[in-house]
Design a protein around this ligand. Structure first.
Ligand SMILES: NC(=O)c1ccc[n+]([C@@H]2O[C@H](COP(=O)([O-])OP(=O)(O)OC[C@H]3O[C@@H](n4cnc5c(N)ncnc54)[C@H](O)[C@@H]3O)[C@@H](O)[C@H]2O)c1
Ligand SMILES: *[C@@H]1O[C@H](CO)[C@@H](O)[C@H](O)[C@H]1NC(C)=O
Length: 317
């Protein structure tokens, strides 16, 4: 009888100890979060720190046009070695020519369909032999079929996933091991505002851009759990509509506040986020904060705000 009671009290006190232990661990986390918040607050008030990217070997997909081309020019101007990759050889050569005017010897162009795994793996071997080991990968390629869901053909839906999502897996397979070998790397992916909010005429496209968000968050966690935590950085960018021709029929209610962005400006912001090791940001950066706050509101409230902003794209058919 007495023995049983002793066992019982032992069990109870063990449970109390466990709870105390859990609570004290939580308290430590809570204090760490407060310290982190204070640090971020003071960092915001000081001038931003940027890392040097001269000499990095930076591979950009979709460098033949739009944001990718502007990125190639920006990185060249910063003194990086730039590897331009595009399916469109002619446009890519044009980027190469423009970049060479800035810096003669540190730009390369390769033609490759990044949705083709074999082609990407071959590209990686070629680039490693001819240029060196890539330390920065910019997954920028994207296409955007724009019409109501029923009017998307199955081929179109497969293609947009092949190009906007699966290509990331092939470039990661090709270049992440090179970064791990060097204990040095940065992966930058271009999602979209369409990866933050769902939009009419863009059901498959939004699905691909949300997918990139999930992929990057999971990869970030996986790298944090391993030995590459402080060596391989990830940056995810969600740009607003940009004047590259990708958005064929943009719909903008407030052109002065939320007009189409200039691809040069977008490229500049992307390079800044890269150099500051920013994990994720929208362009303009205010949109991510607005979205995060909106998600706290009941859905009808954020819908009211969405209706007020009323930006998007009309069908291209
Ligand atoms: N333009 C916008 O409004 C906007 C807004 C948000 C996000 N984005 C995203 O930014 C990225 C760049 O957009 P952009 O407007 O500069 O596009 P763009 O059409 O101007 O350029 C894309 C480039 O990618 C190349 N490309 C397409 N498929 C390819 C493939 N399979 N393999 C290799 N290259 C391929 C094209 O030839 C082209 O040169 C995309 O991911 C896009 O979704 C664009
Ligand atoms: C960014 O990360 C790299 C690699 O971990 C580090 O060397 C650099 O100091 C960081 N720079 C900034 C501005 O945070």
């Amino acid at each position: 009888m007495i023995e049983r009671e002793v066992i019982h009290t032992n069990k109870v006190s063990k449970r109390i100890m466990d709870v105390v232990q859990d609570l004290s661990e939580f308290f430590v986390v809570f204090v760490k979060i407060l310290i982190e918040l204070l640090q971020r607050f003071f960092e915001k008030m000081m001038t931003k720190k940027f890392k040097d990217i001269s000499g990095e070997i930076i591979l950009i997909t979709g460098a033949g046009h739009g944001i990718g081309r502007e990125l190639a020019l920006h990185y060249t101007a910063w003194g990086s070695v730039v590897v331009c990759v595009d399916i469109n050889e002619k446009n890519n050569e044009e980027t190469l020519k423009k970049a060479k005017r800035l810096m003669q010897n540190s730009v390369y162009a390769y033609t490759c369909d990044v949705s083709d795994r074999e082609a990407v793996l071959q590209l990686a071997a070629k680039v490693e032999a001819e240029v060196g080991r890539v330390s920065v990968l910019v997954n920028n390629v994207g296409i955007m079929p724009t019409h109501p869901l029923e009017q998307h053909t199955p081929e179109e839906i497969r293609r947009v996933f092949d190009i906007n999502v699966l290509s990331h897996f092939w470039t990661l397979e090709a270049f992440l091991p090179q970064m791990k070998q060097q204990y040095r790397g940065h992966i930058i992916c271009i999602s979209s505002i369409a990866g933050v909010v769902g939009l009419t005429n863009l059901v498959p496209y939004c699905a691909t851009k949300f997918a990139v968000r999930g992929m990057m968050e999971a990869l970030h966690q996986e790298l944090r759990d391993g030995p590459y935590k402080d060596f391989i950085k990830l940056t995810l960018i969600y740009p607003y509509m940009t004047n590259t021709g990708l958005c064929k029929r943009p719909k903008v209610k407030f052109p002065s506040m939320l007009g189409l962005l200039d691809p040069k400006e977008v490229a500049k912001k992307i390079v800044e986020a890269h150099r500051a090791n920013v994990t994720e940001t929208t362009i303009p950066s205010s949109l991510l904060h607005i979205n995060n706050w909106c998600r706290l509101l009941p859905i009808r409230c954020s819908l009211l705000l969405k209706d007020y902003i009323d930006s998007g794209v009309e069908s291209d058919l």
